[in-house]
Design a protein around this ligand. Structure first.
Ligand code: AMP
Length: 249
């Protein structure tokens, strides 16, 4: 069985992003970019399933600008066998990515597709769900454990106040949550090996997908600034302020 894993190139989680002066988005010029952390977990899980003998091949897919190649090389250094870049300079929204992944699913016929539960740049949490709907496949989102048994995927999901275990017929779509695993460190020999692995490049047109954005961002703004704190002389003043000024008690 093949496993297809979607990996997105995003602004590194350590970077404090700045809103552009025209409020059209955040400034990503000269900013460190990395693999979306949930996608690292998705790749790690796929590689572990292959190492356990449940999968024969792990294919990493990224959609976006040419530099996504770096993200794909990292995925192959973690252990993906090959990669596919769907190259476009168009700003991709979740529906467009889901359509591209659906086209690749038809081409590659994987037994599992693993995505991150959400991308840390847009926080959409939509692509996996949209892909499952477009492909008519069962889905398990927010996975914290994945097992394969008797041709089914047993997925434990993080839900409010506990967990839930689903049995999915394969092929299926899974999205990875934080506690699914801890991705391995990428070693230098594996980075070198990854350079020799195959990377196919397609354009959205090659896959018959129209990726024109369907949602327009009207405005991006910073969260409101916090006012400076003050010191109060005693508990009575604190209580009075909480009651009369903050009106929280
Ligand atoms: P989102 O719905 O944007 O929060 O993204 C959820 C997941 O979809 C991510 O964690 C990735 O696994 C996948 N994904 C989203 N956008 C892309 C992209 N441009 N290329 C590859 N995978 C993507």
């Amino acid at each position: 069985m093949k496993i297809l894993v979607a990996v997105k190139r995003v602004v590194d989680y350590n970077v404090k992003v700045r809103v552009k002066s025209d409020a059209s988005g955040v400034d990503i010029a000269n900013v460190k970019m990395s693999m979306n952390p949930f996608d690292e977990i998705a790749i790690e899980e796929a590689v572990r399933l292959r190492e356990k003998g449940f999968a024969t091949e792990v294919i990493a897919v990224s959609c976006g600008v040419t530099q996504c190649q770096e993200t794909l090389r990292t995925a192959m250094a973690i252990g993906a066998d090959r990669a596919i870049l769907v190259e476009t300079a168009v700003e991709l929204q979740p529906l467009a990515v889901a359509k591209l992944l659906k086209a690749l699913l038809d081409k590659e016929q994987p037994g599992l597709v693993i995505l991150g539960k959400q991308a840390i740049d847009d926080d959409c949490n939509q692509t996996g769900q949209m892909l499952a709907a477009l492909a008519g496949l069962p889905q398990a989102t927010f996975a914290s454990k994945v097992e394969i048994a008797e041709g089914k995927a047993l997925v434990t999901r993080e839900i409010d106040g506990g967990s839930e275990t689903l049995s999915l017929a394969m092929p299926a779509v899974i999205t990875a949550d934080l506690r699914l695993n801890e991705p391995r460190y990428v070693t230098l020999p594996n980075i070198m090996k990854a350079k020799k692995k195959t990377m196919d490049v397609f354009k959205p047109e090659d896959l018959g997908v129209n990726v024109t954005p369907r949602i327009k961002t009207l405005k991006v703004s910073d969260p409101p600034k916090r006012n400076a704190g003050i010191k109060v002389p005693d508990v009575a003043t604190l209580v009075a302020k909480l009651k009369n000024e903050a009106k929280v008690i």
